[in-house]
Write a protein that binds this ligand. Sequence first.
Ligand code: TYD
Ligand code: MG
Length: 457
Amino acid sequence: MARLRTVHRCRECGAGSAQWSGRCPGCGDWNTLVEEVEGPSPRRAAAAGVAGGDRPVLVADVEMAEWRARPTGIGELDRVLGGGLVPGSATLVGGEPGIGKSTLLLQAAAAMAAAGARCLLVSAEESKQQVRLRAERLGALEAGLWLVSQTSLGGIVAAVDEVKPDVLVVDSIQTVFDPEIGSAPGSVVQVRECAHQLVGLAKQRGLATVLVGHVTKDGALAGPRVLEHVVDTVLSFEGERHHSLRLLRAAKHRFGPAGELGLFEMAGGGLVGVPDPGALFLGDRRPGVPGSVVVPAMEGQRPLLVEVQALVTRNEAPNPRRSAQGLDAGRVSLVLAVLGERAGVPLSRYDVYASAVGGVRIVEPAADLAVALALASAATGRPLPSDLVACGEIGLAGELRRVGHAERRLSEAARLGFRRAVVAASAPDGPAGLEVVKLASLDEALRLVGLAGPSQK
Ligand code: TYD
Ligand code: MG
């Protein structure tokens, strides 16, 4: 008879403790411990009975034919996956509720079915009718696309046995449960064990498996971190609720580069890939307005030209407002301090608003110079040339520092029609058609664009 015991397990990090406490001893989060009943896991018990299983071979002799990635047919998803879904692999797609995970995977499954794959969609949250309605809306009623509305692990395995799919999508892993495990559906133990077993099934049957996972408000995958270790690939699907832009990132990828970025727009007919985001971020730009400059930012391996805007308004109160949208608040504070102390642009008596436009988040220090120029432009009321891009990290001494991928950033700026780039002194030369101005300090940059000197405000 298996022994059951009660533990208090953290919903965030998965740490267990015998006693309940308000704060998790593992990650320090508050009110995350839930009581669970644990026995020996069925999977582990089964594994213990298997002796050996695999024999050593030479690496060069390993058979690869069955492990070629299968394109999903969704260009931006394939870009992030480095080609497609690998048979026998497990991919976790995380994102906030409502961001478009079910839409993305239904579109991908339909496209793969259209290309001849057998795809099984396990809907553990929505009814079959809801999924069909969405499929109609997306034009995704494909012949090879199977659907089962199932939450029990055994039911899912039975459906896989019946359909014998090439691709399995489970939406979502948090709602799948195994009655053999004592804990409640959605608990850490359930999610972890069910994921383990589905990943085992994927490997055993050569199934390309995709698990959908919800994330909490601060972006962590709900459930233990251990879920991320179980799968081969972790994709995160992000976006601002009020924008149609969606970003897909590979946070972990065993079959290709991590950090790749895919871009989509959520439209009436589902997600539409954005292979060339140039116009997307700069489309509504108004030239000649003070407080605006474009930064050639990098998202993963991909250059994105994004407008940084700033607005300053006088406020004599002791604690003026600092607002940073789509930018790193800490870096904006640093830039404000350097502007005041090293470049003669004190903003301590102003409310400051700085933002990256278009629903994208730029947290890399390469945006420092653009933030500084936008702030100085807003403070002086003088607009910056509209064909200018600025890129560089700012040090505490007011010096400009070189950033990575400079060539790719500058090429993209030139491709989109920008004529001048302000960069750090040690940066490389730019492509033809782009005048690259290399400067040592923020002070020099302000002088170059005519923003040094007395304020007009
Ligand atoms: P969904 O894929 O259900 O999100 P998730 O699975 O991540 O919870 O998408 C939900 C949102 O997407 C919903 O607010 C409606 C919107 N949407 C569109 O704008 N167009 C569409 O074609 C579809 C299917 C959804
Ligand atoms: Mg969903």
